[in-house]
Write a protein that binds this ligand. Structure first.
Ligand SMILES: [Zn+2]
Ligand SMILES: [Zn+2]
Length: 195
């Protein structure tokens, strides 16, 4: 600790210049003291290493936190959200049967491409799922039961809604979510507009 030559208060050596400037700016001795202190090492306060760099690092951390938080939240939602009422399969393929139904959806004149991996997460293989965008629904069951097209829409988290036309193996049927998914069956759904 130094003492201020003017007011005799205890001051850290590196803060004496600032103390003189702040507390005694008009004191007659101040200019001469400042001149003298300028020559002594360690009298000017250490400058922080570049505030711009510090801000940049802070921003990078913030962005990284947002991204990691987002990814974490996404997986958390996947874990916590029950993806459907259908129980997960014990394994790919199903223990009892493994069927394929091909679904084609039209929104107006345009064909809607089914996404791949409907009903598949890291944590659950649902009895109804897609592996690719071909429209093939894999019906794989551990249980002795049937599944309907409505069950598939449930897994997909889409509303079956009101199709204007429904074809099963090219035969028009009355549109219903209760139509059962059988092996090597082709289902075509037409909507005025499918969202
Ligand atoms: Zn499968
Ligand atoms: Zn399959």
């Amino acid at each position: 600790m130094d003492r201020c030559p003017i007011c005799n208060v205890a001051v850290k050596p590196e803060n004496l210049v600032r103390h003189l400037n702040d507390i005694h700016p008009r004191h007659p001795d101040t200019p001469a003291l400042l001149e003298k202190l300028k020559e002594e090492p360690g009298r000017s306060p250490r400058r922080n290493a570049g505030p711009p760099l510090r801000i940049r690092r802070w921003q990078v951390l913030l962005v990284a936190t947002i991204i990691l938080g987002g990814v974490g939240a996404y997986y958390l939602v996947q874990v916590l959200t029950p993806t459907s009422s259908l129980p997960c399969l014990s394994g790919e393929g199903g223990r009892l049967y493994h069927w394929h139904t091909v679904l084609t959806i039209y929104s107006g004149a345009a064909q809607v491409q089914l996404p791949a991996n409907i009903g598949l997460t890291v944590f659950c293989i649902e009895p109804l799922h897609t592996h690719d965008t071909s429209g093939t629904i894999h019906v794989e069951s551990d249980l002795s039961r049937y599944y309907s097209i409505g069950d598939f829409f449930g897994v997909w988290r889409k509303s079956f809604g009101s199709p204007t036309q429904m074809l099963v193996n090219s035969t028009a049927v009355s549109p219903s979510p209760n139509v059962i998914l059988y092996d090597r069956e082709f289902i075509e759904l037409h909507y005025a507009s499918f969202a």
